[in-house]
Design a protein around this ligand. Structure first.
Ligand code: C5P
Ligand code: C5P
Ligand code: C5P
Ligand code: ZN
Length: 475
């Protein structure tokens, strides 16, 4: 199935590549998150290799205002990566010459989103070929397929996987599946990627082990998460990873035997505290290593790399992230690292804000409103991480709200369990924002939007009822 869809997307890619090769210059528009940045970097690298002139920009979201500006700029050929699939009608109605390499739910008149259309926009999207863009392939993956129609660019599979991990596409099955797995296998064959089970906690390349434990939110480790001393004590008791003389060690500095030792001790610790078995199992998961990157650098680990990129794009510095993806290990990397430490502080502060102010419980949803306390570009990450907070109900989706220039930014996050029960946040977000004069979209498990401030209260009320109906329909 995946191989078949891969083939169909590759055929679409040939059509798009032919247009790209004959254009004098191309303007790329991509999204500011890790997936959008890697998608953009993959295309920029493949343009350079193929001798195609290009310019690039990164945007928070694609709305009619930006589309109107792009139209005005009169580009010969546009390419949209990790966004664009919801703008097909605008493109057709305005005669825009565009290529779309996206994985979000397509939107538009049926003829404008037909899988076999041979008119502009040339549209590459897994949803058009029966694959799910929420977990089978991300924007960077679709771009990778396109890049490989322009030349042999299999060495960019690492970036494609970083984008998929940035969008958390490994969540559903605990590992990458479908088209993502095909890309992974190409990367392994090209010698740029390795996949192997390892400790699932964040920071294996760059953080002392006790910090990995202290900041673990997935899974949340009662008795360790948030408690630095307890984490150090735990390692001292286990006799690995924290040594009076040698100090704190990184995960990558441990031998295989020592790693097994820590994992066993951790599992026992959790079991002794009555941790459910499925949560204990979450301590191990398939991990992805970029073999051409230096050991001990963020770029070596797909999860750390994606966080480094989010730390640039979500603060209006996507170009820095792109430069890192394209190989700059000097100025751009050092600036990205500075941004990363700010990003971490903002995530901690944001989570503390939610902890202190609490989550407001409605019938079928729970929400928090942060005003200007949480930046609108990271309120979604906070909403996703908030599941680890005490008092948050695992049985309702989380809605985060923050002030933004265009109104109130909404971010919503669900769980696989809720999706099985009928939740579709993409549908809820696009329809309910529209009812109050806003706009939105995304995936079944994670979606966002913007609503006019004066109608935010009404929006929340409508959303609660709408999601209640989704969950009740399946009962
Ligand atoms: O950025 P969209 O542009 O595709 O981003 C997808 C978002 O969905 C990510 O921010 C990620 O946090 C979220 N997600 C999630 N749980 C999943 C899959 C994706 O929270 N299982
Ligand atoms: O590793 P994972 O993809 O689950 O991380 C999800 C998000 O949470 C990342 O964007 C990262 O910024 C953040 N994170 C973190 N510190 C952790 C775990 C996650 O900053 N210990
Ligand atoms: O912004 P946030 O992280 O909450 O976005 C979650 C998902 O919803 C992302 O895939 C994003 O691209 C999508 N989204 C959208 N339209 C918006 C806002 C977010 O499609 N207006
Ligand atoms: Zn994406």
């Amino acid at each position: 199935m995946a191989a078949d869809t891969f083939q169909k997307l590759s055929e679409r890619a040939e059509l798009c590549a032919a247009e790209l090769r004959t254009a004098d210059s191309v303007h790329l528009v991509s999204h500011i998150d890790a997936d959008g940045i890697t998608a953009g970097a993959i295309m920029c690298l493949s343009f350079e290799r193929a001798g195609i002139d290009y310019t690039a920009e990164f945007v928070k979201k694609l709305d009619e205002k930006i589309m109107a500006r792009l139209l005005e700029e009169n580009h010969e050929l546009l390419i949209f990566t990790d966004l664009g699939s919801a703008m097909t009608d605008f493109m057709v109605d305005n005669g825009m010459k565009a290529i779309i390499a996206d994985h979000h739910q397509p939107n538009g008149r049926p003829e404008n989103i037909a899988a076999d259309s041979t008119a502009f926009p040339y549209h590459m999207n897994p949803h058009l070929f029966g694959a799910n863009g929420g977990f089978e392939i991300s924007g960077s993956g679709v771009s990778y397929i396109l890049a490989n129609a322009l030349g042999d660019n299999k060495d960019l599979a690492g970036l494609a996987i970083v984008g998929a991990i940035g969008d958390m596409q490994n969540r559903k099955y605990g590992k990458l599946v479908g088209l993502n797995k095909e890309i992974l296998e190409q990367g392994v064959a090209a010698g740029v990627l390795k996949n192997a089970p390892d400790l699932s906690l964040f920071g294996k390349q760059t953080r002392p082990i006790y910090k990995m434990l202290q900041y673990s939110s997935e899974p949340y480790l009662p008795g360790l998460t948030g408690d630095e001393e307890a984490c150090i004590r735990f390692l001292q008791n286990a006799g690995v990873g924290y040594d009076q003389r040698e100090g704190a060690k990184l995960w990558i500095e441990l031998s295989q035997e020592e790693r097994v030792g820590v994992i066993s001790a951790l599992m026992k610790f959790c079991q002794d505290r009555g941790f459910p078995a499925h949560r204990v199992e979450e301590l191990i998961r398939e991990c992805y290593t970029l073999l051409s990157e230096k050991e001990g650098s963020e770029m070596r680990d797909a999860s750390e790399f994606s966080t480094l990129l989010n730390a640039t794009g979500r603060y209006d510095k996507a170009e820095i992230g792109v430069r890192v993806c394209m190989g700059d290990r000097d100025e751009a990397l050092s600036e990205a690292r500075t941004l990363l430490s700010e990003h971490r502080k903002n995530l901690v502060n944001g989570l503390n804000f939610v902890k202190e102010n609490g989550m407001i419980q409605l019938e079928s949803i729970q929400y928090f409103y942060s005003g200007e306390e949480i930046k609108e570009t990271i309120v979604g990450i906070i909403a996703g991480m908030a599941t680890s907070i005490d008092g948050v109900d695992r049985k309702k989706p989380i809605i985060g709200m923050a002030d933004s220039e265009d109104g109130i930014k909404i971010s919503s996050r669900g769980t696989q369990d809720l999706i099985r029960r009928g939740l579709n946040l993409s549908k809820a977000m696009s329809e309910v924002t529209e009812m109050v004069g806003g706009a939105g979209g995304g995936h079944d498990i994670a979606a966002g939007g913007t609503v006019p401030p004066e109608r935010a209260v009404e929006f929340i009320d409508l959303l609660d009822k709408y999601i209640g109906a989704q969950l009740n329909e399946k009962k």
